[in-house]
Design a protein around this ligand. Structure first.
Ligand code: CO8
Length: 296
């Protein structure tokens, strides 16, 4: 089942790039690289290496709105469908600052049933598109990665992070609860006990602390993040298919299927939780604290 919106197929000299159906997009091409820009993500494909990059480019902090998530999932699906693409790197245009600030809190604040349901359904599609991607996916985490930004990193096959930034699932600090598929992602990477402690306390780890518990696989200086991620992606892209995909399916299939089977009840759980007055109140305070940070 797919919630994808239609896309255009644009042919280029020796490659083809599928562009999101968005009138703001533009295409940039050279003899080796092709890119398309939608409002929230930019896709680049290097036809020589077969490596693609999905760059999150939503100012100021790549917070994930409904639209952002839909474009992200479309971008992932189009790269996955493109036979010339051998691997995908996910990174941020806000280099050195923020990888992603996670879900757009405004999408969960004072919203009606219908928009909450649509938002959460887009969250599911985004998760399926990244965690279920058949191709190698590497996260080049070039900035802070709280909550959904951390979950996105955990959906990749390998994580390279720049030093001196923070990463973690801090949902409880906002008075909300990480969904079960985020908990699963965290537990897969760092194990039960570390996950329990981190999720309960809303711990934001430094890159170095994250590396020590396997939350990230590699920590490098900011200027080397893309290079290190590309090196790993190139290595993974040489592993023969379908062996790569089938192995991923063996390891991840159960989690993907669980959410597929429980989509409706998970949406209902989210809507019920988020609409509780105490949850709305805590989230409102958190938003105020974020806004007032600047004034201090
Ligand atoms: N959503 C909406 N707006 C945001 C978010 C966000 N997640 N994060 C930051 N902003 C806004 C700020 O309010 C600020 O707005 P304005 O310019 O209008 O004042 C602007 O973005 C810039 O933010 P900062 O000034 O804070 O930027 P910095 O570069 O100083 O800091 C950080 C960047 C570190 C990313 C910081 O902004 C931060 O910590 N943000 C909050 C991150 C966070 O807590 N995210 C949690 C989101 S919830 C989630 O992802 C999973 C929820 C699962 C729900 C399950 C329910 C059942």
């Amino acid at each position: 089942m797919s919630l994808f919106r239609p896309f255009l197929k644009i042919g280029t000299r020796n490659n083809s790039v599928r562009l999101l159906n968005d009138c703001t997009r533009k295409s940039v091409s050279s003899s080796r690289n092709y890119s398309s820009a939608a409002s929230h993500v930019i896709l680049n494909t290097n036809s020589e290496t077969g490596l693609a990059t999905l760059t999150m480019s939503s100012p100021p902090v790549n917070s994930m709105s409904q639209q952002f998530l839909a474009e992200f999932a479309d971008g992932m699906r189009s790269l996955e469908a493109d036979k010339s693409v051998k691997g995908i790197m996910i990174t941020s245009a806000h280099h050195g600052k923020v990888f992603s600030a996670g879900f757009d809190i405004l999408e969960m604040y004072n919203k009606n049933d219908e928009s909450l349901r649509t938002f959460w359904s887009n969250v599911h599609e985004w998760y399926f598109s990244v965690f279920g991607c058949s191709k190698p996916v590497v996260a080049a985490i070039n900035g802070h990665a709280p909550a959904g930004g951390c979950a996105l990193s955990l959906m990749a096959d390998y994580r390279v992070m720049c030093s001196g930034r923070t990463i973690g699932l801090n949902e409880t600090a906002l008075g909300i609860v990480a969904p079960f598929f985020f908990v699963d992602l965290m537990t897969r990477a760092i194990g039960q006990r570390h996950s329990e402690l981190a999720l309960l306390a809303a711990t934001m780890f430094t890159s170095e602390q994250g590396h020590a518990i396997n939350l990230v696989d590699e920590v490098v200086e900011l200027e080397s993040v893309q290079e290190a991620a590309t090196k790993k992606l190139l290595q993974l892209s040489k592993v023969p298919q379908p062996a790569y995909y089938l192995t991923k399916t063996l390891i991840r299939g159960g989690s993907l299927q669980l959410l597929k089977d429980q989509r409706e009840s998970d949406i209902q759980t989210f809507v019920n939780l988020i609409q509780q007055p105490i949850v709305q109140k805590t989230m409102g305070r958190y938003l105020d604290a974020l806004k007032s940070k600047k004034k201090k």
